[in-house]
Ligand binder design. Structure first.
Ligand code: ZN
Ligand code: ZN
Length: 263
């Protein structure tokens, strides 16, 4: 499996992706908003885009579909329940379904509600597991729930699915928000040495050559995976004095999500 992360350099800081089969050159484009860059990259690599996958229905993820379809005839794949929200969908996906690219790549569809209720992540197995996670999981952060989502489902997705993936899983999110998100981590957990050490470099990083994190690293620097950290809980109780000194993980997650909305 070949992964090409494409930095759009737009105001929303989107990442687009091409995933290609080494043998056939067939490629799947994830959320190809910057259709010109995606098409140009495929051409330069000698790849043919045969499928488009939208992680969810938001316009900053689907806005390049029509141009890529016009140029390549690619099929559009998305969550089965996104059919009335994404024009021209060819295949509706459900949890556990396989997406094949050429002869050598097979991805698994995860049904990951929370940011929206028809959001999917793609999981690659194989020698280097990977997760293409749209706006569900960001580097050092979590998606918001303002536009069709629900924090409670987002927690269930994090705790029930994402946290259980192998630690070495490579994380490929839909936006570059790492510097800002590390700031929130440090606001919530000032003694997080790893986040503090990473922040200066991440503030300066060229997103065209972005750091690709692993789930193991996310568990160190992402507040939304640090729900039992004593300093996270201590700081949270300063903001929410009614919180018990031993809150359950879902409560911690929901309070963090609430604070992040205003941070
Ligand atoms: Zn979104
Ligand atoms: Zn987005």
């Amino acid at each position: 499996m070949i992964v090409e992360q494409i930095w759009t350099a737009n105001a929303y800081r989107n990442f687009n992706y091409l995933i290609a089969c080494r043998e056939t050159g067939e490629a799947l484009a994830i959320d190809p908003l910057d259709h010109e860059k995606c098409l140009a990259t495929a051409k330069a690599k000698g790849w043919t885009i045969t499928q488009i996958l939208n992680t969810h229905e938001h316009r900053d993820h689907t806005g390049g579909n029509a141009q890529v379809v016009a140029a390549t005839g690619a099929k559009v794949l998305a969550h089965a329940n996104a059919r009335d929200k994404i024009p021209g969908m060819d295949r509706g996906l459900r949890a556990g379904e396989a997406i094949r690219i050429g002869r050598t790549v097979e991805l698994e569809c995860l049904d990951t509600p929370g940011h929206t209720m028809s959001h999917i992540c793609l999981r690659a197995h194989g020698d280097r597991p990977a997760l293409f996670c749209g706006d569900t999981l960001f580097n050092a952060g979590a998606g918001n729930c303002h536009n069709g989502g629900h924090p409670s489902e987002l927690y269930d997705t994090f705790a029930g699915q994402l946290a259980k993936l192998p630690d070495e899983t490579l994380i490929y999110p839909g936006h570059d928000y790492i510097a800002n998100n590390l700031g929130f981590t440090l606001d919530r957990e000032p003694d997080n040495a790893k986040a503090r050490a990473m922040l200066p470099a991440m503030k300066q990083q060229d997103a065209a050559r972005a750091l690709v994190t692993t789930l193991a690293l996310e568990k160190e620097i992402n507040t939304f995976f640090r729900l039992t950290s004593p300093s996270v809980i201590k700081r949270l109780r300063e903001a929410f004095p009614d919180l018990s000194d031993n809150p359950d993980q879902k409560t911690v997650f929901l309070k963090l999500r609430e604070l992040r909305n205003k941070w």
